[in-house]
Ligand binder design. Sequence first.
Ligand code: BG6
Length: 483
Amino acid sequence: MVSRVIPVEEFDLVIFGGTGDLARRKILPGLFRRFLSGQMPAGSRIIGAARSDIDSDGYRQMIRDAISEFGGAEKSETGRLNDFIAQLHYLRVDAKGEAGWKELHELIRFKVVNAFYFSVAPSLFGDLAERLHTFKIADNDSRVVVEKPFGRDLVSAQELNDTLAEHFDETQIYRIDHYLGKETVQNLMAVRFGNMLFEPLWNNHYVDHIQITVAETVGVGGRGAYYDKSGAMRDMVQNHLMQLLCLIAMEAPSQFDADAVRDEKLKVIRALQPIDPHHIVRGQYDVNGDEPSYREDAENPKSFTESFIALRCEIANWRWAGVPFYLRTGKKLKARTSEIAVVFKDIGHSIFPGDEKRHRNILAIQLQPNEGMQLQVTIKEPGPGGMRLIDVPLDMTFAEALGPDADDTDAYERLIMDVIRGNQTLFMRGDEVEAAWAWTDPIIEGWKARNDVPKLYDQGSGGPEDAMALMHREERRWREIKE
Ligand code: BG6
C-alpha cells in the first residue's frame, strides 16, 4: 500500500532552537522524509535560528550529520539529501536581545506560508512572540508551533496562553502533543467513527472498564534534571494519556474539523471526576545490579518524583458513569508498548454446563511498537467431548493486513505538514490544556501535602505491586505488558 502524498504550499519554516536536540533528532529528519516523498515544494526554506555562532554552511553540515545519525538516510539518497540541505539556512538570533531579528525580517517572505517553531524553553515563548511582532516578522497569517511542556500547572499554562494571545490569535497557535500525530492514535477515531459495529456497545451498558497503558523500557538518564521536576504525571498523563483517554471516550464530533473534535475532547476532560488518593499508585524504579536507580539517574538522592503512575478515574457523563478508566505509564518497565483495551462486561448467564469462566470480549488496540487490533472472542474449543469454550483473538496486525509498505510517517512529520496546511485538528487548544491541568493540579498538590513517597519497583517489571492491587481489589487485572 503506497501512501498518498498531498502537496502543501510553498513555505518558510523558522525553527527557533534549530540546533537543539529535538530539531536534530526529530524535526529535521522528519522534514527530510517529507522532502523525499515529494511534499516539500521547491523554493520552500527551513531557517534554523539559535544562539550558536555558526553560518548557514555550518548549519547544513550539522543537519547533514543529524540526518545520517537519526534520520536513516540511505546511501542512494545522498543526491536527494544534498538537494534538501540546500534549502536550509541559518541565522544567529538572540531571543532576549536584538541580534538577528532585522536579518530575519529581511529573509522571511510574506507571500508564502510562514511558520515559527518554538523548539525552546517555554520561558522564551514570550520573548520570541514579542520580537516576531516588534520586528514585523510575523503577520496575521503566520503560524506558531509550541512544544510541550506547556506549563507545569494551571497558572503557568494560563500565563503561557496569555503571553501567546498577546501577539497571536488562537487559530495561529499549534500546541504539539506528538501522540496525536501517531498513525494509530488517529486510527482510534477511524475505528470508532468509521464503523457501525462498535458504537452501540461503546458505553456503560456494555463496557466493564477501559485500560490505557503506555510502558517504556528507557529510564530518565540524561534528562533527569527536567524529569525530576516533572514526573510521570506531568510528563505523560497530563498530555499524552489524557489525549488517548479523550479520543477513546469522546462523543462523535459532527465533523472531523479542528474545533468540532477539540470541543468534544474538552467535554471529556471537564467531566473527569477528582480522584480518590487510594486510586493512585506512584512508583520509582529501584537499582538493578549495575543499572542505576531512578534517584541516581535523576541525580537527586531524596527525590519523591514518580517514574511510574497507575490510576483509576471516572468520567461523569451519561455514556461513562460508573465505568472505571485505568491509566498507567512508567519508565524501565518490562517492554515498550502502548495499548488501549476496552474490556466488555461478561455475559450474564452461561447456557453451557460446566462453563464457569467469566468470558469477556476485549478490544485491544496497540498503538506502538506493533500497531494493530485484536478482538477477543469466545468460541468452542475444537474437537469432540462436549462444549468447552475458549477465548481467542481475532487478530489484525496492521503491518500484515496492510502490507510491508504501510505508512510509517513519523508523528512529527505529519504534524509539521498539518501546520503548513493550516489544519489544527491534531493540536491542543488552549482551553484543553488548561482543563487538563485543572484536573491534575489538585492530585499533585495532594501528594505534596501528604509527603507521598513513591513505591519502589523492579526494573523490567510491570511496576509496583500496589498497581496490581489497584485492579485486583476490584476483581480486575491489568493486561500483560508485552511487545
Ligand atoms: C515525551 C516524554 O513527551 O514522550 C518522554 O517527555 C517520553 O518522557 C516520550 O519518553 C514517549 O514518546 P514515544 O513517542 O516514544 O512513546
